[in-house]
Each structure stands twice: as structure tokens, then as C-alpha cells.
Design a protein around this ligand. Structure first.
Ligand code: SAH
Length: 221
């Protein structure tokens, strides 16, 4: 398939999966038309890159369904100058979308092989405003905070306290909160009066494993 074919598939994805479901932010839609999602997945899956579902990226992890990426990004209401923290680099695709819409993106994954592969792809696409790190993202990245927006792309039993601490005043944090099987997309806003919570529907993510997330090991691994 040529780059033109992929670009056409991307436009079709936006017009058939995102717009009809209510994604309205023109900057988010433009980023989703722009970033070559296929480059972030194994070549054997490239013909499915723009389909309406998550795909495996190795290490038992997944790249999210395009609609979920667009929805989480839209809820962050990025305007351009923000510093953004992502927990769960995975393939690097969501980080690239964020980098199209904000000034600097910091992204953490606990799995070194995924981070290394994401770095390779992001370098090859020429992104200079994405900074990756390997570690427990539930601890945040205090040296680089505070952040105007924080996005957690793994499901957590709770909102990790270090993340709300590293959120700037008027900042927005989006995180799937729930049990291992289903979560609620939760928006936390930091206001002068304290943290405000809003809920944006159900979702299903792989687990956030770390000090303020799920414990590693046990029956489910
Ligand atoms: N945003 C990614 C998909 C994330 S999949 C993309 O666009 O492709 C969830 C990722 O969260 C996995 O890569 C997993 O390794 C990572 N993860 C789980 N717990 C974590 C933690 N405590 N800190 C950092 N990354 C974590």
C-alpha cells in the first residue's frame, strides 16, 4: 500500500469513526488525519491500521482504538502551548497525536522494549518535542512538572496522587478508572477550589501496573 492509500484510509477513519461519534475539535481531527498510525504497529497489521478497534503491539499491550485516542485527546482541550505528560507510551502513537497539539510531550512506559521501539518510530517521523522515559508512570515525572495536561492510557483502580500533585492549576487529567475489566473515562480538573471530577463513559484498557496502580503479578498475569 502506498502513502496515498494510507492517507485516504486515515481520512476515511476520521469521517466514518470520529465525526459521526461526536469528535468536533478541528485540531484533534486534523491531527488524526495527519499522524501515520500504521507506522506505530507491526507491518503485518498495516492493512488493519485504520480499522475501528485496538491492535496488539507486543508485550501483551495494545494501541487503542482510534476513537478512544481522539476522545481522550479532545477532553484534554489542548490549545498549543501546553506541557503534557502521558503515562503508557506503548507504540508512541498517542504521544505523536499529543505532540501535534501541544508544545512539549513527556511520556513514560514501564516496558523498555516498547519505549525503545516507540523512540525509533518517533525519530523516523521527525518529532522533536516528545521525551520518553522508562519507569513507573504512577509516580509521574516530578522534574518536568507541573503539567497542563496529563493523560493515562492504562486502566487504574484509582487516580494516582503523584499525578494530581504534578498537575498545574487549571490543568486537566484524563484517566480510565475502574476494575480490571472495565473502567470509566475520568476527567480530573485542578481548580482553586480543589479537584473536580467529570465522567465520560465506559472503556477498557490494559492495566496500569505500579505503586499507585495495580500490583504486578498474581492470578491475572
Ligand atoms: N498510548 C499507547 C497505548 C498504551 S497501552 C499507544 O498510543 O500506543 C498501555 C501501556 O501502559 C503499555 O505500554 C504498558 O506497558 C504501560 N504501562 C502500564 N503500567 C504503567 C506504569 N505504571 N507506568 C508506565 N507505563 C505503564
Amino acid at each position: 500500500m502506498s502513502e496515498d492509500t494510507f492517507a485516504a484510509a486515515r481520512n476515511h477513519m476520521v469521517d466514518s469513526q470520529l465525526v459521526p461519534r461526536g469528535i468536533l475539535d478541528p485540531r484533534v481531527l486534523a491531527a488524526m488525519r495527519q499522524v501515520p498510525r500504521h507506522r506505530f504497529i507491526p507491518p503485518s497489521l498495516w492493512d488493519q491500521a485504520y480499522n475501528d478497534y485496538p491492535l496488539p503491539i507486543g508485550e501483551e499491550q495494545t494501541i487503542s482504538q482510534p476513537y478512544i485516542v481522539a476522545l481522550m485527546t479532545e477532553i484534554l482541550e489542548l490549545k498549543g502551548p501546553e506541557r503534557v505528560l502521558e503515562i503508557g507510551t506503548g507504540s508512541g502513537y498517542q504521544a505523536a497525536i499529543l505532540a501535534e497539539l501541544a508544545a512539549q510531550v513527556f511520556s513514560i512506559d514501564r516496558m523498555a522494549p516498547l519505549s525503545a521501539q516507540a523512540q525509533k518510530v518517533l525519530d523516523s517521523l521527525g518529532y522533536k518535542n516528545i521525551h520518553l522515559k522508562v519507569g513507573d508512570g504512577t509516580l509521574g515525572w516530578p522534574e518536568e512538572g507541573p503539567f497542563d495536561a496529563i493523560l493515562v492510557t492504562a486502566g487504574s483502580p484509582q487516580v494516582p496522587r503523584p499525578l494530581t500533585e504534578q498537575l498545574a492549576l487549571d490543568g486537566r487529567l484524563v484517566i480510565p478508572v475502574g476494575d480490571r475489566f472495565s473502567q470509566t473515562l475520568t476527567l480530573v480538573r485542578k481548580t482553586k477550589e480543589g479537584l473536580k471530577y467529570e465522567y465520560h463513559g465506559g472503556c477498557r484498557f490494559v492495566r496500569l501496573i505500579g505503586q499507585y496502580g495495580w500490583e504486578a503479578g498474581g492470578l491475572w498475569d
